[in-house]
Design a protein around this ligand. Structure first.
Ligand SMILES: CC(=O)N[C@H]1[C@@H](OP(=O)(O)OP(=O)(O)OC[C@H]2O[C@@H](n3ccc(=O)[nH]c3=O)[C@H](O)[C@@H]2O)O[C@H](CO)[C@@H](O)[C@@H]1O
Ligand SMILES: C=C(OP(=O)(O)O)C(=O)O
Length: 432
């Protein structure tokens, strides 16, 4: 089993480059299934395990997929007759596999996808996705752990109001509507930058999507879509994680390939804490001098504070002065990292949907387990400032969303390495 080992106490300094966004590339690779003609060339693709998983799903659906990780490129040809089923083995590994449902349904009239179920951050139902397909004329059935959607002929354009601006439901409905007969309007749609990237991709394939980035998106269905070349937007969550790495270590980092306008809520909160953030070239420079001031955070759909940055900000609050209340409104159970922080001597307590952190804490190195993707990054961030050695396990979560995280931190001056159990035993043995 791999683990990351950190000896805390280094101030980070230097330049780091952000990859293409995981949460943009996954729906875009799923949407590539919509094109019955030509080849998709997707650029700035991060080399993540989630990208490998979605590639396997596309291959299982009979698309041709060629990955060129050395040039961050992925080519997809979905012009053959597609299969209809996304199997449990993939959906279990990665919930975002559900995003192939819209494209398969609108291309073939029938999609069968394993029910995603819950995960470490909450129950995560897909009722809003299915409500959208149903409104477009699909019949939905459940059985043997699978959900099926079937339409008689093409899906029909419809007006769909989402009860919550779900990112996945907005994406699945957009792709289903792209080849539907008539116009679909999504009201109370998600407004995340990744939705805009998906809309741009659909339009580059010959689709007609307007309004992405606002709460009303209109999709005029077309008969066919074709291949294109598309560049994935920068990963605002990876960028945000490095902003916190600079802040937590009192460092000075230039984060390249970052769009500050995609991180307005985070940047505002960091500035409130006393962190200095300036735009520089195609990135942002983040500088911090401690003490930092604790601030309250409440997660919300975009442009509110992103839930995917909640645990990293909690790590930062642990070293800030004062009391912070972090409230999670997007997912019902995204506080699994709190117990792990407590192993590191953190004063953090869960009160319903909030966590109260009182700082500054003298964090101590400990053996901790990542409970989800962002928790993994947050425990590493806490390890950067803890006294002594922190070991973080369950790195399969980290690998879903961060490329070479420990290498990037090491290049910035962190005392960090990644080892297997056997290597770690040797390190402990020599240290004694
Ligand atoms: C691959 C990807 O892009 N993942 C992101 C996406 O996840 P995902 O697309 O799953 O997130 P959603 O916006 O759909 O979910 C937000 C909330 O809505 C609820 N819900 C959602 C759909 C539905 O049909 N019914 C329902 O009740 C969920 O349980 C959750 O409580 O957006 C989340 C919220 O910004 C991010 O944390 C994830 O990183
Ligand atoms: C929750 C996340 O991703 P997913 O929706 O893929 O689980 C995330 O990126 O933090």
């Amino acid at each position: 089993m791999d683990k990351i080992i950190i000896q805390g106490g280094q101030r980070l300094e230097g330049t780091v480059r952000v990859e293409g966004a995981k949460n943009a590339v996954l729906p875009i690779l799923a949407a590539a299934l919509l094109a019955s003609k030509g080849k998709q060339i997707i650029k700035d693709v991060p080399n993540l395990s989630d990208v490998h998983t979605i590639s396997q799903v596309l291959k299982s659906l009979r698309a041709e997929v060629t990955h060129y990780p050395e040039k961050n490129e992925l080519h997809i040809d979905a012009s053959s007759n597609l299969a209809n089923e996304a199997q449990f083995e993939f959906v279990r590994k990665m919930r975002a596999s559900i995003l192939v449902m819209g494209p398969i349904l609108s291309r073939t009239g029938f999609a069968r996808v394993a029910m995603p179920g819950g995960c470490a951050i909450g129950s995560r139902p897909i009722d809003q996705h299915l409500k959208g397909f149903e409104a477009m004329g699909a019949e939905i059935t459940f059985g043997n752990g699978y959900v099926e959607a079937r339409s008689q002929g093409r899906l029909k354009g419809a007006r769909i109001y989402l009860d919550f601006p779900s990112v996945g439901a907005t994406e699945n409905i957009m792709t289903a509507a792209a080849l539907a007969d008539g116009t679909t309007t999504i009201e109370n749609a998600a407004k995340e930058p990744e939705i805009v990237d998906l809309a741009n991709f659909i339009n580059e394939m010959g689709g007609r999507v307007v309004g992405a980035g606002t709460d009303t998106i209109r999709i005029e269905g077309v008969e066919t879509l074709h291949g294109t070349t598309h560049y994935i937007i920068p990963d605002r969550i990876e960028a945000g994680t490095f902003m916190v790495a600079a802040a937590i270590t009192g460092g000075n980092i230039l984060i390249e390939n970052t769009l500050i306008e995609h991180s307005t809520a985070l940047v505002s909160k960091l500035r409130e804490m006393g962190v200095e953030i300036t735009e520089e070239g195609e990135g942002v420079r983040v500088k911090a001098i401690h003490p930092l001031k604790a601030v309250d955070i409440k997660t919300m759909p975009h442009p509110g504070f992103p839930t995917d940055m909640q645990s990293q900000m909690m790590a930062l609050m642990l070293v800030a002065e004062g009391t912070a209340i972090l409230t999670e409104t997007v997912f019902e159970n995204r506080f699994m990292h709190v117990e792990e922080f407590r192993r590191m001597n953190a004063n953090a307590k869960i009160e319903g949907r909030s966590v109260i952190v009182t700082g500054p804490n003298k964090l101590q190195g400990a053996e901790v387990a990542a409970t989800d993707l962002r928790a993994a990054a947050s425990l590493i961030l806490a390890g950067l400032v803890a006294e002594g050695i922190t070991r973080v396990t369950e790195l399969e979560h980290l690998d879903r969303g961060y490329v070479d995280f420990h290498k990037k931190l090491r290049a910035l001056g962190a005392n960090i390495s990644r080892t297997t159990d056997a290597q770690d035993e040797k390190i402990v043995h020599f240290a004694r």
